[in-house]
Design a protein around this ligand. Structure first.
Ligand SMILES: Cc1cc2nc3c(=O)[nH]c(=O)nc-3n(C[C@H](O)[C@H](O)[C@H](O)COP(=O)(O)OP(=O)(O)OC[C@H]3O[C@@H](n4cnc5c(N)ncnc54)[C@H](O)[C@@H]3O)c2cc1C
Length: 302
């Protein structure tokens, strides 16, 4: 029995769904990527913690997946147990004092709609970000002047050896598209947001406005991972790329979007290699012509 067969047996006997050689193109917004050696969806936090302990004991690498909207998986796939946080039983609870508690796998869109239903404001900026709550906290996702940092109170996370800790906002070191979780290897299990009461018509109109701006400016009709590069200080990545004449530049099936130069889209059957080559080409061109170093926001996973 190889290491993945032994983890598979453990997983299916411990409240997890599991598949060998799962194509990651099915689980990423880019619709690109080779297979995960083993793809597991634990049904709850206990199942997740047991699985993590088993993988640690067996010295098997794990990779945590949210909604797959900020990653590029290599064509060779991921030689690891990919653990999906997006499960069927994901939960959102709203308390009278405006605290919204969510498990990590809930989609941000669903949280935004729940906030609206409860006349709670603060998360409108996130309407249209296609990530999970865990991925959004990990990335400190943001848009239109708002970010997770503005609304988060605390989150619960577990270390790879199974120790659960509560992180207060100040412990999370939330910065521009970064958090402490980028370096501490903890897995976010749930998060609490503090929202404020407002008129639902006003909340809805802000959500609709942000969504319309996305639909007008972003190539949502194509698979992508959103903005490929972080905003360099004092510049906009999209504007720099456009000024370098790179709009519409293609390598294989990967294209710098004509609609929004900050996006690379999959126009057909792009490979991860096509996207990586295009990312490098854009970086080199912008560095040469503008003297600005672009840093990718998307995570490359091998
Ligand atoms: C069309 C489009 C528009 C977008 N617009 C925006 C935008 O306006 N603003 C913005 O900030 N982003 C945007 N994004 C990028 C992306 O949606 C966000 O970064 C989102 O927060 C990623 O969440 P996810 O669940 O998809 O994470 P994934 O892509 O699955 O993972 C991202 C990283 O988080 C880690 N991770 C995920 N879940 C957990 C967890 N529970 N515990 C620990 N680590 C975890 C992963 O290991 C990985 O390193 C956009 C993407 C697309 C495709």
């Amino acid at each position: 029995m190889n290491k993945y067969e032994s983890i598979y047996d453990f997983a299916v006997n411990n409240n997890c769904r599991a598949n060998f050689d799962e194509p990651m193109s099915k689980h990423t917004s880019f619709k690109i990527g080779g297979s995960a050696s083993l793809f597991v969806t634990p049904s709850d936090d206990d199942a997740l913690i047991n699985l993590l302990e088993k993988c640690a004991q067996e010295n098997v690498r794990t990779y945590i997946l949210g909604n797959g909207s900020n990653i590029l998986v290599s064509d060779e796939g991921i030689d690891a147990v990919v653990i999906s946080m997006c499960r069927d039983e994901d939960q959102i609870q709203v308390s009278d004092d405006g605290i919204v508690s969510c498990s990590a796998g809930v989609s941000l869109m669903k949280v935004c709609r729940t906030a609206l239903k409860n006349s709670l404001s603060g998360l409108e900026f996130a309407y249209g970000i296609p990530g999970s709550v865990g991925g959004a906290v990990y990335m400190n996702a943001g848009a239109y002047g708002g970010e997770i940092k503005d609304v988060i109170v605390s989150c619960k996370a577990v270390s790879r050896d199974g120790v659960v800790t509560e992180f207060k906002k100040e412990d999370m070191l939330l910065g521009y598209r970064t958090s402490v979780f980028n370096s501490n290897d903890y897995i976010i299990l749930s998060a609490k947001f503090r929202l404020i009461a407002d008129n639902p018509d006003n909340i809805k109109s802000r959500m609709d406005d942000f969504m319309n701006r996305r639909k007008t400016k972003q190539p949502l009709e194509y698979p992508s991972a959103g903005s490929v590069f972080k905003r360099p200080e004092g510049y906009f990545a999209g504007a720099l790329i456009e000024e370098c004449g790179l709009k519409g530049k293609r390598i294989g099936g990967a294209e710098v979007s004509v609609k929004h130069s900050g996006f690379i889209i999959n126009v057909g059957s792009a490979t991860a290699d096509d996207v990586m080559k295009l990312v490098e080409f854009v970086k080199e061109t912008v560095k040469k012509e503008k003297g600005v170093e672009l840093e990718p926001e998307i995570r490359i996973v091998r």
